[in-house]
Design a protein around this ligand. Structure first.
Ligand SMILES: [Zn+2]
Length: 190
């Protein structure tokens, strides 16, 4: 386990890549708050529009997606992250895959922002134990798929020029990420 200073003290550009519009706040609100106070450059990429993330579905998917993305932007603004630093790929909720297309999209932002540290979900666990005694939960599929693509994007795809050479034609050069931070999702599933 590393401390905040060990990971972030000498770093400047931090990119968060999350599956759904509320994930940045559920998992990383306190970290974003601290990073903003420490004058780091914060960028956020939300992969899905979150249109199906309701158990009741009393409004349309379009309305729910807009509401969730608007709420995310407002919450990030409250934390001190400007709207222009928040991006959405608008993928359909529940249909995320870790594939070459998504790796390319994440890689492009890692390179564009010269990302020192990339933060995302936990990619490996499917059936995870919570801190609660005898408690288990299923890790959301979208979280796993996004996290896998992000880890691959950070290494080696962002570093190596042979991957996605079209980025360089737009002036976006290969870049090496120093650290990857993953969520401890068990902490949030009591
Ligand atoms: Zn989520």
């Amino acid at each position: 386990m590393f401390t905040y200073d060990q990971i972030f003290a000498n770093k400047k550009n931090i990119l968060f890549v999350m599956a759904h519009p509320d994930d940045i706040l559920v998992y990383y609100a306190a970290l974003v708050n601290k990073l903003v106070k420490d004058k780091k450059n914060i960028y956020v990429l939300t992969v899905s529009n979150g249109a199906r993330g309701s158990q009741k579905n009393i409004i349309s998917e379009e309305e729910l997606a807009k509401k969730r993305l608007d709420e995310e932007i407002a919450a990030l603004k409250f934390l001190g992250v400007p709207k222009e630093n928040a991006h959405s790929l608008n993928y359909k909720d529940g249909e995320l895959e870790s594939n070459y297309k998504l790796i390319g999209e994440v890689t492009k932002l890692i390179r564009k922002y010269k990302t020192d540290v990339v933060c995302t979900h936990e990619p490996t666990g499917i059936y995870l134990e919570t801190y609660k005694k005898d408690g288990f939960f299923v890790q959301h599929r979208d979280h796993r798929k996004v996290a896998e693509a992000v880890v691959d994007s950070a290494y080696p795809f962002s570093r190596d020029r042979s991957f996605f050479p079209e980025h360089a034609k737009e002036g976006i050069e290969p870049h090496t990420v120093y650290d990857i931070v993953l969520t401890d999702e068990a902490k949030y599933n009591f």
